[in-house]
Ligand binder design. Sequence first.
Ligand SMILES: [Zn+2]
Ligand SMILES: [Zn+2]
Length: 251
Amino acid sequence: MPNKHNNKEAVNEHIGKDQSGAADEAHQFQAGNRSDRKEDEWKHRAPYKIHDDDSKFPAKWKGGCHCGKVKYELSREKPLASKRCHCHTCQRLHGAPFQWACIFHKDDINFVNGIHDIGWYDPSGKSNTHHLPCKVSCAFCRTPIMDEGRNMILLFPTLIEGIEKKEVRDNFKPTCHMFYNERAVDFTGDGIVKWDGIDNKSNLVDDDGNVLVKYEDGMEEKEMDEKKRKYFDGLQDSHPETARKEKDLKI
Ligand SMILES: [Zn+2]
Ligand SMILES: [Zn+2]
């Protein structure tokens, strides 16, 4: 008569003899070391693209995980945007008070090592299959590498070599705070635009989370952007000093 224990062994044995090559893979549910099957197609597409000639990639920055298995280069000097997200999901998944993420095109990155050593996590489905958008991390040391969206990637600049130097860090300057109302740390007086949810799709708030510009239900991103600009223009007349500081930011 089968018991639970025997069934478990049977399952393990099945995995070991799996025709798909699952037994060859270093980390269950992670990228694995194959690149020839249909399900490995993603490895040949941006942002991954194995077997491309690394010497042809115009690298501006280099980055990598803690253990060194995953290494990448970036061809774009400045990200398309840089945000600090204070949402609970980011806090939990990063084990940090907030997420600092820089948006790049998928073609801006070249993995020089470690495509087979990455793992995924899809926070909305709570699944570790490669379902976009998902979190991408090193499957060995678990360093978060990036968020992979459908069209863009969000990279974590703390992985970039030299980030401790001001001249490097300045390239990745945050343009806004998101989900500021869920924050675990305050950013008083940093002069960076704060949203209580997604940028341009929620209320614009001050350093203490009080609403400065209200987002109305159903507002288009463009409309909110306009309302925000009007607010800053008004500030220009009444508080030129505050306005000057805010103007340097991506508002
Ligand atoms: Zn690693
Ligand atoms: Zn977040």
